[in-house]
Structures are given as structure tokens and as C-alpha cells.
Design a protein around this ligand. Structure first.
Ligand SMILES: [Zn+2]
Length: 162
């Protein structure tokens, strides 16, 4: 898993980012929420490559969905690089199905295709990726099952805002 994580860094060109700042939690993905206090949860991950607006949206959506396991980082990647990475890692990216987002479970990193960014539906697909994280599973059905609750929370907050 160390090797894979290093490979991700190499191909994405984020080699300057220190992976040691996360108190070793990279290696305990999926152990649940016991290590994270709710108060610090919303800001305990980093967002790369996003505009201020995109970052604000991602953070507010994740805050609304309240996943028990947060990503360690959310990375917006230019389309060409994104396509390259999905190929290099032979990632399972089903057509028309979270194809603009994917999650690298060992590093708890969510990648978003920056050029295919969509305001209204981002939360829907983000819920799916968070589903992978909280279940620590690459299985699409596991992710979808967990995503259902997140989408309800998103829907609920949307209703109270309007
Ligand atoms: Zn998936």
C-alpha cells in the first residue's frame, strides 16, 4: 500500500505534499470515527486544485453528509491528468457512473475531474465516493448503500434552505 500511495503522488505531481502530517491515519483507513472528534472533522482534510468556490461547496456538502470517515484529501485534477491516472492505476471507473470522481482507498483520497465539475450533481456523486470511504470497500453496491443516507442528508438540508 505504501508503494501504491507513493505512485499516486508521483503521477499526480503532488510530491511536495507531506503525507506525514496526518498522524499516521493513512494506514488506519476504515477503522471508524473513534480517532476523530466531531468538532475538528470538517476541517481535518485538505482540498487541492480547487477554486475557492469549489472548495467551499465540497466542504459544505461533506459537512452536511457527516460521514463517519472523512477523506484525508480531495484533489481536483485537470481532465487530461485525470484520464491518465485512471488508466495508469487501472481504476474501475464505470461509464456514466462516478466517472468524474474516484476514490483511492489506501490513501483516502477523492479525485475529482476539475474539467467535468458540476454544481448540482456533485453532492450526489460525492456521496458515492464517501460511501466507499466509510465502508472501506471498493464494491459499488456497498458504496451506493452508504451513499443513500448521505443523499438524504443533502436533500434534507436543501429543503430547509429553500
Ligand atoms: Zn464507486
Amino acid at each position: 500500500m505504501k508503494v501504491v500511495a507513493g505512485t499516486v503522488l508521483f503521477f499526480l505531481g503532488f510530491g511536495q505534499i507531506s503525507w506525514g502530517q496526518t498522524k499516521g491515519s493513512t494506514n488506519v483507513a476504515g477503522t471508524g470515527d473513534s480517532e476523530m472528534a466531531p468538532a475538528v472533522q470538517t476541517n481535518s482534510y485538505v482540498v487541492f486544485g480547487a477554486t475557492a468556490q469549489q472548495e467551499a461547496l465540497v466542504r459544505s456538502q461533506i459537512q452536511t453528509m457527516q460521514p463517519t470517515v472523512l477523506p484525508l484529501r480531495v484533489v481536483f485534477v485537470p481532465h487530461w491528468k485525470y484520464v491518465d491516472n485512471t488508466r495508469v492505476f487501472r481504476l474501475h471507473v464505470p461509464t456514466g457512473y462516478t466517472s468524474a470522481l474516484f476514490t483511492h482507498l489506501p490513501s483516502r483520497t477523492i479525485f475529482i475531474d476539475a474539467d467535468r465539475y458540476f454544481d448540482e450533481t456533485l453532492g450526489y456523486w460525492l456521496a458515492h465516493e464517501l460511501g466507499h470511504l466509510v465502508t472501506n470497500s471498493a464494491n459499488e453496491q456497498d458504496a451506493e448503500n452508504a451513499a443513500r443516507e448521505f443523499r438524504k442528508r443533502l436533500e434534507g438540508s436543501r429543503k430547509t434552505q429553500r
